[in-house]
Design a protein around this ligand. Structure first.
Ligand code: SAH
Ligand code: SF4
Ligand code: F3S
Length: 482
C-alpha cells in the first residue's frame, strides 16, 4: 500500500532499483529533493496546472499523475499562467480534441517566453499517435516531456530525466502487459472514486481509435481491486465507479478467469461501501448473470450506460459492433423487465460512412423505443488508421449536420420527459457539492444518475440523505431535504 512508504527512508545516493514500483519511489524521492530546493529559492511551493480531457479513464489517470506530483512537493493551481509545471492529459477520440491541444500549445509557447523555467508535460491518448509526436518534435520544441497511456506511473522518473538531460524527453510505449500497483493518487472527491478494473480494448469498432492508443485488454487482479476498494472505503469513500472500456468482458483473460458479474458480487460485499457504478458496458457482452446481479443488488446504482452507436443493423455490422438493432432492443427490454426503475443512457454516432437516411431513421426508431434518460450524440470523426477512415462513402457534412440536429431534438425531448418521471418521490441522494448557480443550494446525485438541487448545509457533502423531488427542470430536479 502506497501510504505506508516513507520517501525519507529511501537511499537516493545509490543507483535506482530496477523493480517497480520501488524504482518510482526512488525517483519520487529524487525529484522531491529537486522541487524542495527550487521552492526554497523561490520562497514558495511549486505549482502544477493539470488539464484533463476525455473519458473517466483519463480523469483517473490524472488523479494518479497528481498523486505523484503532490508526493514530490507540487501544489495544484487553477491558474495556468502561474504554474511552474503544466500537464495536459489528452484525448484523441475525435479530431476536434486534437485541434484544441495544438491551439493551447500556441498559448503555452507565449507563457513560456515570459517564464522560461515553466515545464510542459504532454501525455495521454493523443501522444500514442506517431504523427502527433512527430509534429511536437518538429514544431513544439518548448515541450519538456512527452509520454503516452502505458507508462504514466513513470512521471517522476521522466521529470528527473528531463532535469538531467536538459532536452525534451519522449517515452512512448506501444503497449504493456504489466499493471504497476501501489502508487499514490490524489482523489478529486473525498467520498467517491473511480477504480480501474481493466485497461485497453480488444473490440476494434471500425470508427474508434481507443484500441490503438490504449492497447490490448488487460484485467486487474480481483484481489487488487477489492483491496483498493477496501482502502478507499476506510478513507471515506462511499461510492465507486468501476472503470473499463468494456467492463462486460472483465476477467476473461486472467489466469483464474472470473466474470464481471462475479466481481460485482464481491465488490457488493465490501462493508461500508454504499454505491457501485460502472462504465462502459458493451451490449454484445452483457450477460444474463449481470442483469440478475443488478436486479438483486442493494448497492449497484439504477443506471446503465449502454452505447448504441447506430440503430441500423447494416451500419452496426460495418462498425464491427457484433449486435443487431433487434438484439439491442431485446436486451434493453430484458433489462427494463428485470430492473424496472433503471435509467438507460447511451452514445450515438451520426454520419458513419455509408449511413443513409433509412439507416438514420432506424437510429431514431431505437431512440423512440428505448426512451433514454440521456444520450451523448456525436458527429462521426474520421480517425486516421482506423478501418472506417478508409471507407469510401463518407457522408457529406451538411447531411450529417442536419441528421445531428434532428437526433438531438428527439433525444432532448424524450430525455426531459423521462427525467421528470420521479416528480413527487422521495429518493436517496449522494450529496456531491455546493450548487454553483444558487446560493445556499447543494447538488445531490440520485442512484439513476440524475441530479437534484436542494437547500442544505455544506456539512452534508459526502453523505447519503433522502430528498423529495418537487419539480423537474428537464435535466435536473429542484427538491427539498426530508
Ligand atoms: N468503450 C466505450 C466508448 C469509448 S469512446 C464503448 O464502447 O462504449 C466514447 C464514445 O465516443 C463512443 O461510445 C462513441 O460513441 C464515440 N466515438 C468513438 N469514436 C468516435 C469517432 N471516430 N467519431 C465520433 N464519435 C466517436
Ligand atoms: Fe472504442 Fe469500441 Fe473499444 Fe469502445 S468498445 S473503446 S467504441 S473500440
Ligand atoms: Fe479519449 Fe483516450 Fe478516453 S482517446 S475517450 S481519453 S480512452
Amino acid at each position: 500500500m502506497f501510504h505506508q512508504i516513507d520517501l525519507d527512508q529511501i537511499d537516493i545516493s545509490t543507483v535506482p532499483p530496477l523493480e517497480e514500483p520501488e524504482r518510482q519511489y526512488y525517483f519520487m524521492a529524487k525529484m522531491r529533493e529537486v522541487v524542495q530546493s527550487e521552492a526554497k529559492r523561490l520562497g514558495r511551493p511549486l505549482r502544477v496546472f493539470n488539464l484533463v480531457v476525455g473519458c473517466q479513464m483519463n480523469a483517473k489517470d490524472s488523479e494518479k499523475l497528481l498523486g505523484i506530483l503532490k508526493e514530490i512537493g507540487y501544489v495544484e493551481t487553477e491558474q495556468e499562467e502561474q504554474a511552474d509545471l503544466v500537464v495536459y492529459n489528452t484525448c484523441t477520440v475525435r479530431e476536434n480534441a486534437n485541434q484544441k491541444v495544438y491551439g493551447r500549445l500556441g498559448y503555452l509557447k507565449r507563457l513560456k517566453q515570459v517564464n522560461p523555467s515553466m515545464q510542459i508535460v504532454l501525455c495521454g491518448c493523443m501522444m500514442q499517435e506517431p504523427n502527433v509526436v512527430a509534429t511536437i518534435k518538429k514544431s513544439y520544441h518548448f515541450v519538456d516531456v512527452v509520454f503516452g497511456t502505458h507508462n504514466i506511473f513513470k512521471l517522476a522518473e521522466l521529470l528527473y530525466t528531463r532535469q538531467e538531460s536538459g532536452s525534451m524527453v519522449i517515452d512512448i510505449w506501444e503497449g504493456t502487459k504489466d499493471i504497476v500497483e501501489d502508487l499514490p493518487t490524489q482523489r478529486k472527491y473525498a467520498f467517491k472514486s473511480g477504480v480501474n478494473i481493466m485497461f485497453g480494448c480488444n473490440n476494434f469498432c471500425t470508427y474508434c481509435i481507443v484500441p490503438y492508443v490504449r492497447g490490448r485488454e488487460r484485467s486487474r487482479d480481483p484481489e487488487e481491486i477489492i483491496k483498493e476498494i477496501r482502502e478507499l472505503v476506510a478513507d471515506g469513500v462511499v461510492e465507486v465507479m468501476l472503470l473499463g472500456q468494456n467492463v462486460n468482458s472483465y476477467g476473461k483473460t486472467l489466469a483464474q478467469p472470473i466474470s464481471f458479474a462475479q466481481l460485482l458480487r464481491r465488490v457488493e460485499q465490501v462493508e461500508g461501501l454504499k454505491r457501485i457504478r460502472f462504465m462502459t458496458s458493451h451490449p454484445k457482452d452483457l450477460s444474463d448473470e449481470l442483469i440478475e446481479v443488478m436486479s438483486q443488488s442493494k448497492k449497484i446504482c439504477r443506471h446503465l450506460h449502454l452505447p448504441l452507436q447506430s440503430g441500423s443493423s447494416r451500419i452496426l455490422e460495418r462498425m464491427n459492433r457484433h449486435y443487431t438493432k433487434e438484439q439491442y432492443l431485446e436486451l434493453a427490454d430484458k433489462i427494463r423487465r428485470a430492473v424496472p426503475d433503471i435509467s438507460l443512457t447511451t452514445d450515438i454516432i451520426v454520419g458513419f460512412p455509408g449511413e443513409t437516411e433509412e439507416d438514420f431513421q432506424e437510429t431514431l426508431d431505437v431512440v423512440r423505443k428505448v426512451r433514454y434518460d440521456s444520450a451523448f450524440t456525436f458527429i462521426y470523426s474520421k480517425r486516421t488508421g482506423t478501418p472506417a477512415a478508409a471507407m469510401e462513402d463518407q457522408v457529406p457534412e451538411d447531411v450529417v449536420k442536419d441528421r445531428f440536429s434532428r437526433l438531438l431534438k428527439e433525444v432532448q425531448q424524450i430525455s426531459a420527459e423521462m427525467s421528470s418521471r420521479d416528480t413527487g418521490n422521495v429518493v436517496e441522494v449522494l450529496v456531491e457539492g455546493i450548487n454553483e448557480h444558487r446560493d445556499g443550494y447543494l447538488d445531490g446525485r440520485m442512484s439513476n444518475n440524475n441530479l437534484v438541487h436542494f437547500k442544505g448545509d455544506p456539512s452534508l457533502i459526502g453523505s447519503l440523505i433522502p430528498v423529495r423531488l418537487d419539480e423537474s427542470k428537464g435535466f435536473y430536479y429542484m427538491g427539498t431535504e426530508v
